[in-house]
Ligand binder design. Sequence first.
Ligand SMILES: Cc1ncc(COP(=O)(O)O)c(C=O)c1O
Length: 490
Amino acid sequence: MTVIAKTETSGARPVMNAPELAPKTIVKPNLLTVEDAKALDIERMTELFKAHLNPGQLHFMKLLGFHKVKIETAEGMYYIDQNGRKILDFFGGFGSLAFGHNHPRILEARTKFQAEKRHEIAIAFMSQYATALASNLAACSPGELDMVFLGSSGSEAMEAAVKLAERAAGPKRPKIVYAENSFHGKTKGVLTITDGQLYRGEFRLTDNTVRVPFGDIDAIETAFRTDPEIGAIVLETVQGGGGINEAPREFWQKLRQLCNQYGVIWVADEVQCGYGRTGRFYAFEHYDVVPDITALAKSLGAGKAAIAAMIARRDIYMKAYGTPKTAMIHAMATFGGIGEACATAIEGVNVLYDEALMENADAVGAHLVERLNALKDKYPRIIKDIRGRGCMVGLEFHDFSQTLPAVLRPVVGMLDDKLKGSLSGFVGALLLRDYDVLVAFTEYNRNVIRLLPPLIVGRDHVDKLVDALDALLGRGVVSIVKDFVKSQVK
Ligand SMILES: Cc1ncc(COP(=O)(O)O)c(C=O)c1O
């Protein structure tokens, strides 16, 4: 190979045989293509998942029978697997599929955006897409919730919310109140206000927090009155991971009043319950109150894009980041406001209103709750409670021993704590195996099955789910356990 080297006298001249200067040929590793990825079979996927993703997680997938399913396509309310089986989706990507899978208007907006070779990165020049999305979110938000920060995940939006609250509250009020059974994300900052020991692990977390029972206004009042260092309170409006827990209207009204009285900033986490899921754009709108800061993610990306938003009152935002000197402290990250994700979210929020999906969530959700309550009346020994509204509904089973014939109860009762979640697991696994229905589980109260269907759900889908549950519970818990055990040894 000929290499051009520089000499002092003659400038560039060819030099032969100087291998140390020769550019190395970089060998392409054995890479899979997109087409290879699509064609991976279950065995190979399992090998690669074990080798490179999360071997431990496979254990849970095996228990639920998820490891046997390869999803090929997805449309509307359904996943379609390698055998052409249609799986009805009441899991809804933990609430991230307001429009179901691959809504045609969302696909069209994205395809057009790509065909027009639009730009993506929003950190050098202003982005028309990020600006339009921010304007749309402000238009959907009540009160003075006008200022928007765009990120890529619910955790990132909640990090932004907590940082904003901390700066606006000032250094003398660094403490944050959060609730038992809360879930606000797994990144290091919001982990301090995420209640699950599972996620907190043994990480070193800051101790500027005060924990109160969810919905306990007296505990909050006492905390505000006795601790002047409290500057913010962070609450999910409806707890998702906690098992679909709501607090009554009076709680939220009093909370607003206490926050005003003590000058505490209220952050409402609407990552799961927001974006129309409960039948209003934000769940807090059911209670005629407006928080100071809120956050959306999940369905904001219409099931196609990773996008999240923090939305804040303008005066709070300006206090924290309103000058050229402070503006960059928490400006958007590399992928904040990225083009196609914003275009997706702009189209999504239009679809939400154009297709009256909040009204649909409200009406079909009422049908779901009504039918589940009838099921509870039919199986009072198995189902303990039905709660929630719209497309965010929880079905809680009794502790396992209580669902069994009387003779077995005393012995099994001693194991109830260890067996929490087992009936939800058996029911979830058999709903999938025998009835082609997918439901979600709950991190903290594992006796709860979480139903977070897309907002496009119809009464017929609800009927299919409830009929399947009815047929399954009708087998009796002992048979359900036997069927589950058989499915594990096969
Ligand atoms: C209420 C709530 N907040 C925050 C998050 C974190 O969102 P993400 O998983 O996108 O980081 C979640 C996710 O489930 C959530 O349910």
